[in-house]
Design a binder for this molecule. Structure first.
Ligand code: ADP
Ligand code: MG
Length: 230
């Protein structure tokens, strides 16, 4: 069964008298444990689409299902609960909490969504830090890290809750090219190890080549392209 399935998904924003058709007739499916990129220029609808898959926003029309649940009609509370159970997020500007250490940042989502005993939580945090090779920085604060290190922490944090799906909206936009490749390859290794599905967006044609499945976005329309598996 597909992990994500979109049928005729539309998103229209009303800006005063004007309607912006941000996503138009999107039809696609994404398999479990796949490594997928949405690619398109600024304004093509990447964030709008990822936000809908991440249950941060609703489609205006159509059906969107994630992990077997029709998410198009979830209310705020149900959406928040669904996100906590199934989805991890990685952001362009890392979004680490500045007053928490690296280890505490990774622990944070576990405190929010899972009622684990402290020993199990600590164990999970150290596994995740090790997986992304950032154990040596565990007690540092975000401002003491490089951009690439911050994004590795963000990857560990997204994985900590055992999310089945990780959404990363332009995760490499604030990184130099070499670091960007490293982060994308790290995400791919994490997919191999944990069978987590990763969906990332980028406007960088070189970064997108690492994806196995590529969807292009142009003026809100989604089309499937090649990818390294094609
Ligand atoms: P991308 O992430 O590819 O840059 P977006 O999804 O942010 O594209 O935007 C797609 C289109 O929708 C753009 O025309 C943008 O201006 C518009 N848009 C995005 N968010 C909103 C909003 N909250 N209100 C109105 N228009 C929006
Ligand atoms: Mg965007």
């Amino acid at each position: 069964m597909a992990l994500v399935s979109a049928r005729n998904v539309e998103k229209t924003y009303e800006v005063g008298e004007v309607e912006v058709h941000a996503i138009q007739g999107a039809d696609f499916t994404i398999d479990p444990a796949s490594f997928v990129s949405f690619v398109g220029p600024s304004g093509s609808g990447k964030s709008t689409l990822l936000n809908m898959i991440g249950c941060l926003d609703h489609p205006s029309a159509g059906t969107l299902s994630v992990a077997g649940t029709d998410v198009s009609g979830l209310d705020r509370k149900a959406a928040a609960q669904f996100r906590g159970q199934h989805i991890g997020f990685i952001f362009q500007d890392f979004n680490l909490i500045p007053v928490l250490t690296v280890a505490e940042n990774v622990e944070y989502p576990l405190l929010l969504v899972q009622n684990w005993p402290v020993a199990k939580r600590r164990q999970r945090v150290s596994e995740m830090l090790e997986a992304v090779d950032i154990t040596a920085q565990a007690d540092k604060y975000p401002h003491q890290l490089s951009g690439g290190q911050k994004q590795r922490v963000a990857v560990a944090r997204a994985l900590a809750t055992n999310a089945r799906l990780i959404l990363a909206d332009e995760p490499t936009a604030n990184l130099d090219h070499q670091t960007a490749y490293r982060i994308i390859n790290l995400m791919k290794r994490m997919r191999d190890e944990f069978e987590t599905t990763f969906i990332f967006s980028t406007h960088d044609p070189k970064i997108m080549e690492a994806a196995e499945v590529i969807f292009t976005l142009e003026d809100g329309r989604v089309a499937r392209e090649g990818g390294s598996n094609a």
